[in-house]
Design a protein around this ligand. Structure first.
Ligand SMILES: Cc1cc2nc3c(=O)[nH]c(=O)nc-3n(C[C@H](O)[C@H](O)[C@H](O)COP(=O)(O)OP(=O)(O)OC[C@H]3O[C@@H](n4cnc5c(N)ncnc54)[C@H](O)[C@@H]3O)c2cc1C
Length: 413
């Protein structure tokens, strides 16, 4: 099969790897518009389950990824003026650029033709392919060519965020919340390689405007954030890789859903098909799961339409639930003032429960009361409350009710 894969992110590269491993005779070209070694973002987190999946699908790249990954242990919530709190658990961080290098080297070793500075904006550029895999991210150009079939809908989140790095070490996954004259500003941080941590800053748009973060020059913006988070950074700098017109790249997270993921011989995978808010740290994992599922479906079915149908059936359903959780998590941070007035232990409990529909729909105190009673009565942790919430509120969140606006357009809020 001749396959053109557009986008050398985790989705496109991993698909090329698993496809070649299944059948070395496939001719696979991966087109990447950027030069080699450039990418957006810093480190991403993942958990053991991803390493298991990688080992089952390509032990070589799994080992290289495991060797590069930096473990973090526990979660810390630090609300200014209250003692920081810790929780158990743990996972890994990895430099996104290094992850992609590993996948590129592995794909090339298997015979995949990875081409940089090769932008594909028209389907005619890859017309000789039997299968075109659009792994070109949330702003996919290929998706637009079949927008009438995919029916993409994008909703921009309310909060502003920026993906930065710092040389400060964060050995635990750390959430830090700091009040300012214009409202709360907070960060999510974790180490992802020796001496470097991801540092994502988020705040409400009113706070962002009130502090002038959108209009400051890049240097001034970084210095302002450093002074807000001085206690946490302890003299370490914040680093931004990219700036546009000397402005920091602040964004609003875009949640994308598509009615369908394939049209003729064009199929969407990864962020081109769906996005999940960064506060659940799953986009890379989901992109890799798509890649594996697509390669499996192509091997299991004789006809291309049959394979693409099977792929979509398998993954579309799985994604609906994760996207709902991600939207709830994003909304929790958008409604921070509802929760941050509680003391630190209660706030932490609410933070950990941020994917609950029930919590979204009732006063936090009522939620905690029900949760406490549930635990007392059953002796079990309260997670099934989420299921009760689903039954009690069958129409779900805005995301699952499909109240998205069509792409392109302006944010609804
Ligand atoms: C702030 C933030 C933090 C995140 N943290 C995590 C985390 O901790 N854990 C996690 O699992 N996920 C995380 N994610 C999500 C994760 O980064 C994405 O879900 C993942 O990168 C999706 O992979 P992809 O291959 O589908 O798309 P991408 O990684 O976006 O790759 C798409 C590629 O396509 C290329 N491309 C685009 N258009 C064209 C074209 N026309 N021609 C050729 N090439 C093109 C792009 O240059 C890019 O290289 C985070 C996201 C954000 C925004």
């Amino acid at each position: 099969m001749r396959i053109s894969c557009v986008g050398a992110g985790p989705a496109g590269l991993y698909f090329a790897i698993v496809m070649k491993r299944r059948n070395p005779n496939h001719e696979i070209v991966v087109h990447e518009r950027n030069p080699a070694g450039t990418t957006h973002g810093w480190g991403v987190v993942f958990w053991d389950d991803l390493l298991t999946t990688l080992r089952n699908n390509d032990p070589d790249s799994a080992q290289a990824i495991a060797d590069e990954a930096v473990p973090w242990s526990g979660q810390v919530v630090d609300v200014e003026g209250q003692p920081p709190l810790h929780n158990g658990g743990g996972g890994y961080g990895i430099c996104r650029r290094r992850l992609l290098q590993i996948l590129i080297e592995r794909a090339r070793a298997l015979g995949v033709d990875v081409r940089f500075e090769s932008e594909i904006s028209e389907l005619s550029q890859v017309a000789d392919a039997d299968l075109i895999v659009a792994a070109d991210g949330v702003a996919s150009q290929l998706r637009r060519h079949r927008a009438d079939r995919f029916r993409p809908q994008i909703e921009a989140g309310r909060n502003k965020y920026i993906w930065l790095a710092t040389t400060q070490r964060f050995p635990s996954f750390t959430f830090g919340f700091v009040p300012t004259s214009a409202g709360w500003v907070w960060f999510h941080a974790y180490s992802f390689k020796e001496g470097v941590s991801t540092f994502i800053v988020e705040c409400a748009p009113e706070t962002w405007k009130g502090l002038g973060l959108g209009t400051m020059r890049a240097d001034a913006g970084l210095r302002t954030l450093e002074s807000i988070f001085a206690k946490h950074l302890d003299g370490h700098e914040l680093i931004s890789r990219d700036s546009h017109d000397n402005r920091l790249p602040w964004l609003s997270f875009r949640t994308l859903v598509n009615r369908t993921w394939h049209a003729d011989n064009l199929v969407l995978i990864g962020d081109a098909a769906h996005t999940t808010h960064f506060t659940i740290g799953s986009g890379t994992r989901l992109a890799i799961d798509d890649a594996i599922a697509l390669a499996a479906a192509l091997s299991e079915h004789d006809s291309l339409p049959g394979a693409l149908d099977a792929f979509e059936r398998r993954r579309h359903r799985a994604l609906a639930r994760v996207q709902r959780d991600a939207r709830l998590s994003a909304e929790w941070f958008e409604n921070l003032p509802r929760y941050i007035r509680y003391n630190a232990p209660t706030f932490f409990t609410l933070l950990l429960a941020r994917r609950s529909r029930l919590l979204k729909r009732m006063p936090a105190r009522t939620y905690l009361y029900l949760r406490g009673h549930y635990t007392k009565l059953t002796g079990r942790a309260a997670s099934p409350l989420a299921r009760i919430g689903r039954r009690a509120f069958p129409f779900g969140s805005k995301a699952s009710r499909g109240i998205f606006r069509a792409e392109p357009g302006t944010p609804r809020r």
